[in-house]
Design a protein around this ligand. Sequence first.
Ligand code: ADP
Ligand code: TPW
Length: 581
Amino acid sequence: MQDASAKPATTAAEDKLTDGFHLLIDALKLNGIDTIFGLPGIPITDFTRMAQADGIRVICFRHEQNAGNAAAAAGFLSGKPGICLTVSAPGFLNGLTALANATTNCFPMILISGSSEREIVDLQQGDYEEMDQLAIAKPLCKAAFRVLHAEDIGVGIARAIRAAVSGRPGGVYLDLPAKLFAQTMEAEAGKRSLIKVVDPAPRQIPAPDSVQRALALLKGAKRPLIVLGKGAAYAQADADIRAFVEKSGIPYLPMSMAKGLLPDTHQQSASAARSYVLPEADVVMLIGARLNWLLSQGKGKTWGGKSPKEWADKRFIQIDISPTEADSNVRIDAPVIGDIGSCVAALLAGMGSNWAKPPSEWTSAVAERKDKNIAKMAETLAKNPSPMNFHSALNVVRNAVKAHPDAILVNEGANALDFTRSIVDMYQPRKRLDVGTWGIMGIGMGFSVAAAVTTGKPVIAVEGDSAFGFSGMEVETICRYKLPVCVIILNNNGVYKGTDQNPAGDDMAPTQFVKDARYEMMMQAFGGVGVRATTPEQLAEALDEAVASGKPTLINAIIDESAGTESGRITSLNPSTAKKK
Ligand code: ADP
Ligand code: TPW
């Protein structure tokens, strides 16, 4: 055995050195980042090994888009930027959709991609995986940076973190050329170059007069309504938001990822009376929700306008961290700009102790609509058709989430999305993750992995059979990391449904899939549990078992292939041909 004094002479000098690999790991750890979602390859393979050896959890996927989606969901759930790590050009591009989607949804994430030799890329001399990644990423994210020198890694990570989580959160791209990883510098100087970011998402206190203006408008309202968006869920101001809604006595409508901020069974929830409250309300307070397509841009018939583009006679209050959000679609009479926690706290304080609840004509009219619709839904849910339809299958999920309110529900598809959103009640904040602002397919398995890894809670992913296909290979990832994820495929043999016909040949129609596909065998292939369920009883048994055991499970729930409509509830967004045959 050698003693320490027999070490080669160079080792002492090497001990005083650090390099790009280690500076990057140290910078991430210094900022509390404990998980990386990624996929190895040149030039980051060794980095993934070293990060893992150094105690960072490295979750590796089968496709970068899913790693990117996982990072985005982790960012939404934790308020810390989720990290996605990819190789150059193709790996980077695979991650880019997730980065753009995260930015669109205001989720904080950082896509870190290795890149090729700058000198060769800039002269377009044909390097391995040559691509000017920084230029390509820039228009698709909130900020993009490149680090060329090891001594700048600390600053690069600090800037990326601040850009991702401060103000309106979003995606950040960090470009790390291959050469950077092996660059060395003196260890002490390296340590001094790192930055522990102080107050990465500073509170933004709203101007007092903006709070007064909003309260005055709310006070004068006869038919007020609060709309909670996913910004409100992200803000982690759950107790104050609930206190504000309850003290105000105002009916509220949660956007899909704000469901559970207050339990969906809350007496003030107006979800079941949406088509009544939107046109009828006179003052609408938006909390972390944009008036985009999901809210019909705040105008037209949905809101009580007479024609599709007409502004209704309504006043809007908007609470948002982004000052330029107001007036983007209709007039915002009372913008309150700041972080939701500070804004809601200021509103609560400003309400005083004798806040008058809204007129009872309004609240009882809402309750009446709501009760009627809930009774109608209960009738539908009680039916037990054969084959199963969306309602009878989702009634099982509804019961499971009620029994396990801490489970996280991931949801994508068209009909599978719309029906789940309206049938499955949520009881706790940040428990529902879905297709978000773009209505994007492919988030399913990435979001599920992130939810399980970030929270340790059971995950139930309700997937259309088409939606599942976008990230289905990650069932291997779920099995590899032994994650408590139960995937339920609502299988109707196609995109939207499985009954289309090709009038002109032998190929299947564009929306059709192989009939009676055995998706459950995909999970079995990797050692997980796979179940084919044709009745609600079989589905319930398999789901209960999955949640109780925490074993990776895939339930292939066979539903009527004629169930569903084109694009779910947004059929009208499909352009229709003017040409008559
Ligand atoms: P939804 O789709 O649920 O309606 P959106 O994604 O359209 O929600 O809107 C979220 C809004 O929340 C964005 O305008 C964003 O700027 C805002 N937001 C996000 N985080 C915060 C925060 N901490 N404080 C204030 N506003 C926030
Ligand atoms: C990245 C277009 C919207 S919904 C959907 C597609 C392909 C699948 C619907 O079928 P599914 O659900 O999942 O079987 P169901 O319940 O209606 O049967 N590519 C991307 N995003 C979107 N939104 C699409 C395509 C689409």
